[in-house]
Design a binder for this molecule. Sequence first.
Ligand code: SPQ
Length: 428
Amino acid sequence: MLKLQAARSGLKGTIKVPGDKSISHRSIMFAAVAEGRTTIENFLYGVDCLSTIDCFRKMGVSIVQNGSSLAVDGKGWGGLQEPKSVLDAGNSGTTTRLMLGILAGRPFHSVIIGDDSIAKRPMNRVTKPLAMMGAEIDGRDHGNLTPLAIRGGALHAIDYKMPVESAQVKSAILLAGLQAEGVTKVHELQETRDHTERMIRRFGGEIHTSGGTAEVEGGQTLHGTVVNVPGDISSAAFFIAAACIVPGSELVFPGVGLNPTRTGIIEVLQKMGADIEILEDRAGGQFEPKGTIAVKYGALAGTEIGGSLIPRLIDEIPVIALLATQAQGKTIIKDAGELKVKETNRIDTVVNELKKLGANIEATEDGMIIEGPVPLTGGTADSHGDHRIGMMLAVASLISRGPIYLENEGAINVSYPGFFDSLKSIMH
Ligand code: SPQ
């Protein structure tokens, strides 16, 4: 348990947030199945990404830290070896689901497990389309829950309309599609993060994307490259929110990823009236856009969030809920039922934890309604093993009237090791 206290004055300074989690995972996966060496700069050494590294090492891939960068010696699709022990994805949905897409096409047997949270998260959204492509995957609840056993082999292309808005489902199908016979097509209703599509191009592959459809031809050889991972906007979001609610704050975040499929949080903050400025780096050759974000404290107004904005800020909803407790008026978050199948049920955990601190917040079927502004009290709060809930509660402590005693704070290391060092560096 960690005792956290309110900020005595405005938060000031510059934070270089660690590398993007989604891009770090994908950089290892693509490097592993590409031919030749890949050098990864600014890799996120968070617990989730370390799980991905561990899984690929078990399949014979050499991944070595080289000064500030990571060197991966890819062996091509055919070079991955049958793992002698189970592949442990830990707490990481991205590791589990994207690896299923890779393993579906490899002619060997493997088993994926994860922690107690992964054991509850639905995998049939991935195992079903992969089975349609010819993969043999089985697990608890008819192949829906880990442990999952995979017997990979020859795959054929599918034309697939996704029933859920999920970059992980899209990515798993595209990774299988790169190994399948024919052209695989994936259609999504709302645009989700496109890091996999960008990564395919970065590694010399071909992919066609237009109007919500991505198409890949099977049998493509990928080639090792250099990947420079931008800072994680989902990590920056916690300190951006902190600057918005702690009076007198002024924070700057250089080198943050500004991929338009991830910048929903910036649009919401602008709609709420936040004092936020974006300066995009214009240097050429970047496969993922990035830039500097500058934020100052100011009054916020309630807002409504739903529809196509949701996939563009899905992981920021816990901290948006906190912001809404301090905004004038009502905030309505809807169309976000996917929150129920994250590391925790993020509708219930956000509502219950913020209620304990005195917030006026209610859960709905697909989101939540928050009325502000309401001063937050201190007390005991719990991350429930969910990194994003842990960071949201740590930010809440900056404005709470009494100390917050945060339980299970270690979960934060999943995506932001060094979170509390960053926090210390801006408190004066
Ligand atoms: O990897 P994991 O555990 O699923 O992590 C989360 C997170 O909060 O960090 C979700 F719980 O991020 C997902 C995100 O919600 C990462 C991700 C990706 O890298 O493709 C996509 C989103 O999930 P989904 O299910 O919408 O595809």
